[in-house]
Design a protein around this ligand. Structure first.
Ligand SMILES: C[S@@+](CC[C@H](N)C(=O)[O-])C[C@H]1O[C@@H](n2cnc3c(N)ncnc32)[C@H](O)[C@@H]1O
Length: 407
C-alpha cells in the first residue's frame, strides 16, 4: 500500500461513516474541511480510533503475523484537541481578496490560498489568541504579510512551540524591517517565554531562517513525567520535539513496560534519530550505556545539555547522518529508531541489521514506511509486538510502535 492508498482508505471509511451516521456527527470547528490538517473533524473520537485501527489492519495484514495482529490495538490520546506542541501559521498577502493580509493555513488542495484563521483547534486556545494578537499588532505597525508569487512583503510565518506554561514564538520575516523589534517586545508582553526573529529571504518557503534576534529564554524547558520522575528537556527553534507530548508519555510508558521484560541492565541502547535525546535520556537508567545519533547539530547540542540537566552519566550523543554511518556490531544491545516520515531507507535498515541488537524498537510516524522497513528487517528479526498510538487526533496521521526480536 502507498501513502496515497492509505489516505484514500481512511477517507473512504470516514466518508462512509459521515453518510450513514448523520445523527452521530459532532460539531466541527469553523474551518473544518477548508484547511487540510483536520480531516477527521466531526467524527466521534471513538470512531476515529476505529477507522484508524481498521485501516492499519488492512495495511499490515500480509506483513505481520496473525497472532500479533489479533493483539493489535490503537491507544487513545489523553487530549483530542489543543494537543500540538508546534504549529506553523503562514502570513500571506494578496491584494485582490479581502482580507488582503491573512494569517492561517493553506487551503486544502490550493497552496496559494491561505485561510485566515481566528481559531485552530489543534493548539491551545489561549496561545492561538496570543499569536493572532501579535499578528494584528504587526499589521497595525504597517507591516505586510508576504506575497509568495511576487516575493514582496515583510512577515512570512508565525510559528509556535508550546507545552503547559512554556511557549516560544518564532517570527519569520522576509526582510530586516526595524518594526519587528516592536513586534518582539509586544510578543514578550503577551507572555511568550521565548521569542525568535528569523529572516528568510530565500525562495524556499519555510519558517526556518537566520536568527536575527531573540528575547526571553533561549530554550523552552519541557517536563516529561515518566517512571514517577520528572525529566527536563530543552527545546530550541530548530530542534524536533514530539508533537503530542501528552500522547508521547503514554508511548514512553508502553516502551518501558516492554523493556522490563528484557532485563536490559547489561545491554547498551542505540537511540537512532535521537533529536534532543528524549527517548535515550528517559530510558538511560535501564541500560548500561546509551549512544544517541542525530543529523541536526542543534539537537545534539541540546541532547548533551539535556543529559547533564537530568544527571545522566552513561549517555553519549553524536551528530551524524545515519545514512553515512558505520556502526559496530553489538549483540548485547537494544536499538530504538524513530526516523522521520521517510523511514529508515535502505541504508538505515542495513545499519540497524549491522548492529545486530537483541531487540529493535521502531517508533514510526508513518505506517507506510514502517511496513516497508519491517519487511526488510524480517530476515533477521521477528515482530513480537505492534501497537498504534493516536498522537494526531482529528487528522489522518498515526504513530506506530513495533518491537522486533532477533532470531
Ligand atoms: C521523528 S524525529 C525523532 C526525534 C526523537 N527520537 C524524539 O523523540 O524527540 C526524527 C529525528 O531524526 C532526525 N533525522 C532525520 N534524518 C536523519 C538522518 N539521516 N540521520 C540522523 N538523524 C536524522 C531529525 O532531525 C529528527 O530529529
Amino acid at each position: 500500500m502507498t501513502s496515497k492508498e492509505l489516505e484514500h482508505l481512511l477517507a473512504s471509511k470516514t466518508n462512509e461513516f459521515r453518510l450513514n451516521n448523520k445523527d452521530k456527527l459532532v460539531e466541527p470547528s469553523k474551518f473544518a474541511n477548508q484547511i487540510g490538517s483536520t480531516q477527521l473533524e466531526n467524527i466521534p473520537y471513538v470512531k476515529q480510533l476505529e477507522i484508524k485501527k481498521e485501516a492499519l489492519l488492512s495495511l499490515f495484514k500480509n506483513i505481520v503475523q496473525e497472532d500479533i495482529l489479533s493483539d493489535f490495538d490503537i491507544i487513545s490520546s489523553p487530549k483530542i484537541t489543543e494537543y500540538r506542541f508546534k504549529a506553523e501559521f503562514v502570513a500571506s498577502f494578496n491584494p485582490k481578496f479581502e482580507p488582503i493580509n491573512r494569517l492561517g493555513q493553506r487551503k486544502k488542495g490550493n497552496f496559494n490560498w491561505v485561510i485566515d484563521l481566528d481559531e485552530y483547534i489543534l493548539i491551545d486556545k489561549a496561545i492561538f489568541n496570543k499569536i493572532r494578537r501579535v499578528y494584528d499588532y504587526s499589521l497595525s505597525l504597517g507591516l505586510n504579510s508576504y506575497d509568495l508569487k511576487k516575493q514582496i512583503g515583510d512577515l512570512r510565518y508565525l510559528t509556535v512551540k508550546h507545552y503547559q506554561d512554556q511557549s516560544m514564538l518564532i517570527i519569520t520575516s522576509y526582510n530586516k524591517d526595524k518594526r519587528f523589534n516592536e513586534v518582539i517586545d509586544f510578543a514578550i508582553k503577551q507572555g511568550f517565554n521565548s521569542v525568535y526573529w528569523l529572516v528568510n529571504n530565500s525562495l524556499h518557503d519555510s519558517f526556518e531562517g537566520k536568527i536575527s534576534k531573540f528575547e526571553g529564554q533561549e530554550y523552552l524547558k519541557i517536563n516529561i513525567h515518566f517512571n514517577n520522575k520528572i525529566f527536563m528537556f530543552l527545546a530550541g527553534p530548530f530542534t524536533f520535539f514530539q508533537n503530542n507530548i501528552f500522547g508521547f508519555q503514554k508511548l514512553l510508558e508502553y516502551i518501558d513496560s516492554i523493556l522490563i521484560k528484557f532485563n536490559t541492565a547489561q545491554l547498551n541502547l542505540y537511540d537512532l534519530y535521537c533529536g534532543v535525546g528524549v527517548l535515550g535520556i528517559s530510558l538511560a537508567n535501564k541500560f548500561k550505556s546509551v549512544k544517541g545519533i542525530e543529523i541536526v547539530q542543534d539537537s545534539i547540542d541540546l541532547a548533551i545539555q539535556n543529559q547533564k540537566l537530568n544527571k545522566i552519566n552513561n549517555a553519549d550523543f553524536k551528530c551524524f547522518d545515519i545514512k553515512n554511518l558505520v556502526l559496530p556490531k553489538d549483540t548485547d544491545s537494544v536499538t530504538i529508531v524513530d526516523p522521520p516520515r521517510t523511514g529508515l531507507e535502505d541504508k538505515g535498515v542495513s545499519n540497524v541489521l549491522d548492529i545486530s541488537s537483541k531487540y529493535v524498537i521502531y517508533v514510526s510516524c508513518n505506517p507506510i514506511t514502517l511496513a516497508y522497513d519491517i519487511q526488510k528487517l524480517s530476515n533477521q528479526y521477528k515482530i513480537i509486538d505492534l501497537k498504534a498510538f493516536d498522537m494526531f487526533p482529528q487528522t489522518y496521521h498515526i504513530e506506530c510502535l513495533c518491537i522486533l526480536e532477533r532470531y
